[in-house]
Ligand binder design. Structure first.
Ligand code: LLP
Length: 436
């Protein structure tokens, strides 16, 4: 993946840095992000729009991995930002990210979160439901402040990896249903509002998608709706946001397209419908998360205990697990790994990689082909950059790992390792009197 290689000592290197040296310096478990690969992905998306002459915003869906330094990198690479909570928004503002390129998502944004969005003067709020419309009217009227909005609709296209399904009505907690009049009602509630400026529509059909058909079908449905609103109300749509969801390769079973190929297909679909429906070409916004940071992340662990279950399997246990990567336990997600200090050796062994948490399902990889491994070896699990650290927890009071960025032989800490002091910092002593 990316800038990974093997050095003269037979060690894995990432961004020109020896992974075992990183493990020594920063400790394990450790998330290592290859910045060059993230930059390459970001430029791939942006250049594709450029090449096809389409105005665009490529918003990094930062739920995939959020911290101040990654927001600064996103800014350097001319990305916009998709945030989904007050916490992500606050982090983005703290990082110095230009507020006008922040888009705010979520199906239950609170009054306080929306006020923070107004006070920060963010670029756009993606409106999810009728309650939110009421809150937005109230806040914008009180503050006499305008806000650009998109309406999030569920087009009845739901995609996951190879398959997509279409239904008349999407059973989703997100957005206004496109096919049952809900979206029309939302449109009517906002279109003449003094402070809410409706730019267009948004949809997001799923995640880790390999096929382009789902995106094309969703784009078609949204363009049809826009054309209806144009005919009936002279609505001029300036933005079509088609969400994220572009799949990446976790294991050899995954065969995604190049990230920008999804976008190229998407643009062509929108262009052809624009011609057919006699609409002007809207700006296209996308929100990739996983495809920007997923394969740029590698987790390094130290191997500790080893257990053989006779005639069944061999376990090796690492110093992290579902507290830093819940995806195998939650989604049955698959990963590939190597022993970072023995990459030149053949993968002659098969181990099930167990985490250290008190839960039998805490296994990172089942029956992984690996170099022969023992206590003290460093295990590198690939493609952990998306929804790994961001979904990490303190289950079993395990401190969250550190995060390191590498590029061109340099390395820096992006997030400190949590300490035991951090773990107890919000705890308070028992003060209620024992009932007699
Ligand atoms: N936009 C919206 C509105 C979304 O809901 C999402 C992801 C994205 C963009 C980014 O999707 P991506 O490009 O990363 O696929 N925790 C799960 C993934 C949840 C995705 C949630 N929404 C996982 O670990 O696979």
């Amino acid at each position: 993946y990316g800038t990974q290689s093997i050095n003269e000592n037979g060690h894995l290197t990432i961004g020109g840095v020896d992974a075992t040296e990183l493990a020594k310096e920063y400790g394990t478990p450790l998330f290592v992000y290859d910045l060059e690969l993230i930059r390459r992905r970001a430029r791939g998306f942006i250049e594709t729009f450029h090449k096809l002459g389409v105005k665009a915003e490529v918003a990094y869906a930062s739920k995939a991995f959020s911290c101040i330094a990654i927001y600064q990198l996103a800014h350097e690479e001319n990305l916009s930002l998709d945030v989904v909570s007050g916490g992500e928004l606050y982090t983005a503002i703290q990082s110095g990210f230009p507020a006008e390129r922040i888009h705010f998502h979520g199906n239950n944004k609170s009054y306080a979160e929306l006020v923070l969005a107004f006070d920060s003067n963010i670029g756009c709020i993606v409106v999810d439901n009728f309650y939110e419309i009421q809150l937005l009217k109230e806040i914008s009227e009180t503050k006499k402040q305008s806000m650009r909005i998109l309406l999030r609709v569920t087009p009845g296209v739901e995609a996951h990896t190879h398959d997509f399904i279409t239904t008349g009505q999407a059973d989703s907690k997100f957005g206004f249903d496109l096919n049952s009049g809900q979206a029309d009602q939302a449109f009517n509630e906002v279109r003449d509002h003094e402070y809410l400026q409706l730019l267009g529509l948004h949809c997001h059909i799923g995640s880790q998608i390999f096929e382009t058909d789902g995106f094309s079908l969703a784009a078609k449905k949204l363009m049809k709706k826009i054309s209806e609103w144009k005919d009936q109300f002279k609505f001029e749509c300036t933005v079509l946001n088609l969400g994220g969801g572009f799949g990446i390769r976790y294991t050899e079973e995954d065969k995604p397209l190049e990230p920008q190929d999804y976008v190229e297909e998407m643009i062509k679909t929108v262009q052809s419908h624009a011609v057919e429906l006699n609409l002007s070409m809207p700006e296209i916004w996308i929100e990739p998360g996983r495809s920007l940071v997923g394969d740029a992340g590698t987790t390094l662990y130290t191997i500790g205990s080893h257990k053989t279950v006779p005639n069944i399997r061999e376990y090796i246990a690492v110093d992290g697990g579902m507290s830093d990567n819940i995806r195998p336990a939650l989604y049955d997600a698959k990963y590939e790994a190597v022993i970072a200090n023995k990459v030149n050796e053949q993968k002659t062994s098969t181990y099930t990689v167990a985490g250290k948490l008190c839960e039998s399902g805490d296994k990172l990889i089942i029956d992984a082909p690996l170099q022969q491994a023992g206590s003290g070896d460093i295990l590198a699990v690939f493609c952990t950059g998306a929804y790994g650290y961001s979904m990490a927890s303190n289950y079993n009071r395990i401190p969250r790992p550190a995060v390191v960025f590498v590029e061109s032989g340099q390395h820096q800490l992006a997030i400190n390792r949590e300490s035991y002091e951090n773990i107890v910092q919000n705890d308070l002593p028992l003060s209620l009197k024992k009932g007699e």
